[in-house]
Design a binder for this molecule. Sequence first.
Ligand code: ADP
Ligand code: ZN
Length: 517
Amino acid sequence: MEPISILQRYFGYDSFRPNQEQVIRNVLQKKDSLVLMPTGGGKSLCYQVPALIFEGLTIVISPLIALMKDQVDALRVNGIAAAYLNSSQSRNEQEAVFRQVHRNELKLLYLAPERLMASDMQLIGFLKRLKLSLVAVDEAHCISQWGHDFRPEYRLLGQLRQEIPEVPFMALTATADKLTRADIISRLELKDPPSYISSFNRENICYKVEPKRNSFQRLLDFLEGNKKESGIIYCLSRNSTESLAAKLQAKGYAAEAYHAGLEKHIREERQEKFLRDDISIVVATIAFGMGIDKSNVRFVVHMDLPKNIEGYYQETGRAGRDGLPGEALLFYSYADVNKLQQFTTVENNEEQSRILLKKLDQMVLYGNLRSCRRKFLLNYFDEEAPDNCGNCDICLGKYQYIDGTILAQKALSAVARLNESFGAGYVIDFLKGNTSGRIREWHKSLKTFGVGSDLSRETWSGYLEELIAQEYLKKSEGPYPVLQLGPKSRAVLKGDETVMLSVRKEPEKAAGQKRKT
Ligand code: ADP
Ligand code: ZN
């Protein structure tokens, strides 16, 4: 039967979405493929339709045990023979599934990857003897340490691949940058797989970054406009999810914390309440969200800096699934960058440390960006985008330009005085006149020490990034980058060049709160 007839008959849809049909045609030729589609883009049909056309059994690898049952139930409702195997089932239930498989009664079998490891890899041996038509690996980025959600059990899939080399594999994911994609291909040993990449643009999401100062107050201002709306607030630590949830409750918000340290039944209950709109806000670590399909999430806030763009984009992507406007707000601080830098060092693994640091660097760039955020995000995933999206804080004109010549002179002369041998953090401490032990004694006696004490660290961090972007400064390569004078710095120090820097227009509400920093 033709794919389109299967689509209409079993799934009740009229036509394919972009890329679905191409993917299906490719796999029908028994070829490997890599499918990148945003969440909600329709990845499932890419393997479900071929599963019905092929004679044998299609295996679907999925890490989301909680969702397996729903997926299988939905297929059965459509008259499709499907079952699942995971650790939540009793022995009897599992054996019943094995019997169905033996009798060739199934078209689709959903498997949790850790199930492959159980009982000494017996399952791999079992699968090997079956007539398999396709292995679909959902959330395939979990196989890569470079992705944002590495799961060691996914590594077993490499082994599965080697055991059944003739069966086509389809890797599917909603978040993988170039590096992660290459890693997926090599780990699964995909053979010349065509990559099907759908547009990742989420037009209806407005991206905003604010300096992390008075962030709780700023959050309240933000929520004021979203009083009863549904939203997710991400924090880095479990403790901060709980304390923030409590503070929000005290302000009358129906908010609950969610993190992996909570008991399972509590997590399930809170997730359920959120899905049913019994509570409007979940304050969570990144443990929350994967596989959660709630269409009316209106905002996603990051109280702390995420570790990389992949994670950030995945998390913000949970807003506005229904196509109505959604907001993504990030509080950016230089202190967070410092904190996260420590996590990028992986012992005995220089390459990985380097990659993690590089990914964090992109996040820092994003935080300090003065051009369209959407363009940056889409470019990060290799997608073209216009210069102005009209729906991010930059394009909406939240910044204005000032004559920053004197500020630039302060920064450049500090870099010069420090012999171009120190990183941004140190230069900022020097500019601010930080008298702690971190600063060398003789630096404290230099004339430029403390000339920038009137500005916050975040502001300086932003200015330094802008000065780098405009080539007044540059960052050295290597694991401990230092700031150096750039090709255009001479003219500025001599007073021959005017430098423009941007400042954030203070939000209306916070106008009276100008703090001394
Ligand atoms: P993903 O796994 O990419 O997040 P799903 O496969 O769960 O997305 O699909 C998201 C939704 O889109 C589902 O409700 C699905 O039924 C629907 N959908 C997928 N393909 C089509 C199509 N060709 N026409 C209409 N609806 C579709
Ligand atoms: Zn924009």
